[in-house]
Ligand binder design. Structure first.
Ligand code: SF4
Ligand code: SF4
Length: 465
């Protein structure tokens, strides 16, 4: 590999050659503790991604994003347009969370959770290593003329890539349409739903292009989050950093005359974005920690303490100290915990139903027999659960009776019930021309919601007060 940018790293990204052509990277697969943890996380995320539309809770998929019907299912909870405020709050909280998290802990999301890294480093890249061999063999294969073996390897690798891309796009569609509808769509191919087939093929092509060719360029020149790092990081941010105080001057040499870095380039060889972390924090670094693993194994070999490359802030390295959780880090972390708590609270207190009971427009009170008044109301009730609810209404205060028009109130899952009802109260209990009522909503004898409304009586009542 080209001697990475010892002098040019400030001028151009590592994947741009002198003439502006793409410099293809052949990173080694890292080995080490951090990589093992990343692999577990990545495979958990991948398995979850491919299975989530197929797994069901109470008959609904684990995740279902039905934009057409504006119905969203997340882990057994169904969200409707009525819950839009929750979604907006959650998105705002998430953005603040990501910004604060990045200010304190750097770009860990990119190297550990971002789908771009997870797909590329734990699915596409290992397949490449399996078929094309190690980085040296890959480089040799890339440079050699096309022959039967190279053609076979290319067909096999790109065939598998295309299959994965196709399966991934179908999974994305299952998130939006549900698996049953996806099955119907696929059964109709190629003659029916031809437009959808073309769309799937176009997105498969885009996915394949990104992971087979464009790769790390997404992180280094396209991703807006990556481009924003410059304004979010400062000297206190904890990120993957090279301890130049300990490492320099680099190179093998007599003990005491040289630093701990033996200039072996192992940290560069594993870097998926091709940078040399010893040049300092760079926009291309996705904090994947591959260089930490690589350097730690070198340090072990040369019998030096690990952590020449480690999670550290620029300040802690320049002052030769361990990371200190200063007041700012603690304050930001507390804000992060508060945000997480608010988001969790908002989602957990969301009721199973949403009810409104309003007096029918244009109606006044009526005499109901000799000793009672009645008011006519309209009830709207949304069932947000995944099961049918049998509902009972009771007047909590003041004492009185609710007469529901029609059959007993049953609300199917995801449905909105619309009913008229009459509230009847003894005259002696109506003290004002406009009194406050509280109505309890019960399911299986358990109160699940309380709704307030008003009851009108004669104006003369106010004068008596
Ligand atoms: S792996 Fe460690 S020792 Fe080797 S070049 Fe990188 S920093 Fe220096
Ligand atoms: S410098 Fe290290 S942490 Fe950053 S992208 Fe390269 S290997 Fe990953």
């Amino acid at each position: 590999m080209e001697n990475y940018q010892e002098s040019t790293f400030r001028d151009r990204p590592p994947t741009f050659g002198k003439d502006g052509n793409r410099v293809w990277l052949f990173p080694k697969l890292p080995k080490g503790k951090l990589y093992n943890i990343r692999r577990i996380i990545a495979w958990t995320l991948l398995i979850f991604f491919y299975l989530a539309p197929f797994l069901k809770i109470s008959g609904e998929p684990l995740i279902f994003l039905n934009f057409l019907e504006r119905k969203f299912v997340l882990f057994g909870n169904t969200f409707y347009p009525q819950d839009f405020h929750l979604l907006v709050l959650a998105v705002i909280a998430l953005i603040v969370f990501i910004v604060l998290f990045t200010v304190i802990y750097g770009r860990i999301f990119c190297g550990w959770i971002c789908p771009q890294t997870v797909f590329l480093e734990f699915l596409y890249r290992p397949i490449e290593h399996l078929i094309d061999g190690n980085p040296e063999q890959q480089q040799k294969l890339a440079q050699q003329e096309m022959d039967a073996i190279k053609a076979l390897k290319r067909i096999l690798k790109h065939g598998i890539y295309l299959c994965i891309s196709f399966a991934t796009i179908l999974t994305f569609i299952a998130y939006v349409t549900g698996t049953a509808k996806l099955g119907e769509i696929i059964e109709g191919w190629p003659l029916q739903q031809f437009g959808i087939l073309l769309g799937v093929l176009a997105f498969t092509g885009a996915h394949y292009f990104v992971f087979s060719w464009f790769r790390e360029q997404v992180c280094t020149i396209v991703c807006p989050y990556g481009r924003l790092q410059g304004v979010m990081l400062d000297v206190n941010t904890i990120l993957v950093a090279y301890d130049y105080k300990r490492g320099e001057p680099r190179g093998k040499g007599e003990r005491g005359l040289k630093g701990d870095c033996i200039n072996c380039y192992n940290c560069v060889d594993v870097c998926p974005t091709g940078i040399d972390i010893r040049n300092g924090t760079q926009l291309e670094c996705i904090n994947c920690t591959a260089c930490i693993d690589a350097c730690n194994s070198v340090m072990k070999r040369v019998k030096k303490p690990s952590g020449l490359i480690r999670f550290a802030s620029e300040k802690s390295i320049s002052e030769g100290q361990k990371i200190r959780f200063n007041a700012r880090v603690i304050a930001y972390s507390l804000v992060l915990i508060a945000l997480l708590t608010v988001i969790t609270y908002l989602f957990t207190v969301r009721g199973d139903i949403e009810t409104s009971i309003n007096r029918s427009p244009g109606t006044m009170f009526q005499e109901y027999g000799a000793d009672k008044y009645s008011n006519l109301y309209n009830l709207q009730m949304m069932n947000k659960t995944n099961f049918e609810m049998v509902i009972e209404l009771k007047l909590l205060s003041p004492e009185g009776e609710i007469i529901l028009m029609g059959d007993p109130l049953k609300v199917a899952k995801g449905e909105v019930a619309n009913r008229d009802l009459l509230i009847v109260i003894k005259k002696e209990n109506v003290k004002l021309s406009n009194s406050h009522l509280e109505i309890g909503i019960f399911e299986n004898g358990k109160q699940i919601e309380k709704v307030s409304t008003t009851f009108v009586g004669p104006n003369s009542l106010d004068a008596k007060q």
